[in-house]
Ligand binder design. Sequence first.
Ligand code: PBG
Length: 321
Amino acid sequence: MRIRPRRNRRTAAIRALVEETSLRISSLIYPLFILPPKLAADEVSSMPGIFRRNPEDTLKEVEECLALGIASFILFPAVPEESKDPTATYSYHPDNFYLHTIRMIKTRFPEATVITDVAMDPYSSDGHDGLVKEGNILNDETLPILGKMSLAQAEAGADIIGPSDMMDGRVGYIRDVLDEKGYEEVAIMSYTAKYASACYGPFRDALDSAPKAGDKKTYQMNPANRREALREALLDEAEGADYLMVKPALPYLDVISDLNMSSTLPVVAYQVSGEYAMIKAAAAKGWLLEEAMVKETLTSIKRAGADAIITYFAKDLAAQA
Ligand code: PBG
């Protein structure tokens, strides 16, 4: 035998020499769940190790993360039921604690990158990402609400607006609203290929944001579809997106790879709450080794073509490094 691939795997140093993909802490984005002021931090029951925190406690968390080398955060609000309504007005209310938290973080830590979430569900009494009328999710009527939400977040100092709602035309709509008000430097990270996945359950526990009726299949993508992600990517690019996101991550590596090959925009993958919960639960049972699983899954997501990864494991990983 002249050709022996094992020669390149013989020692740790040689393996490192020929390693094709590496994980860097600077390419990880850490999600933070925000509670209203004064409430005590509480752990999300289906996401052990992940807490919902009030704005003050969030600042401390951001400070700890920055010290560990994590510079990018994506924020989600846990809005009390009494502040929710059918048109999500709280999302751009001047007293909104989420907007205050963005402002506090950017004032205290201007070097941190703050990414927002744009969708109606955390603020909607219907629990849908768009406006609901007689059981239908209205598209064009939702856009002005998303526009107001995005503008309020930009005014609060957000670096990157993250529309996760999957309404048609929202990237272009938001871009126009931001540009009109002088926020041309604020970027848009579009949830380009967001699938109607069973992996979002723990996140909806964290925000208490599950749909009150129906499901999200008329706006989130069918998990069976691959080429449709390219259609969404072409639209987002044409509408002015700065980043394309694929979500969930591990079950959709083919889609991550496709977007990497077909677009020149950075590709972001979201390792979602259910992916986190699966690893945590199996590790708690002693069935899998958590640290090894985290490294393997994140490396695989990178290898598939993700430039950056949103992951609930970011802090753990940074602390181990
Ligand atoms: C909703 C939104 C969801 C997530 C991010 N934004 C859930 C949903 O679409 O129901 C899920 C993230 C996760 O599961 O970690 N706009």
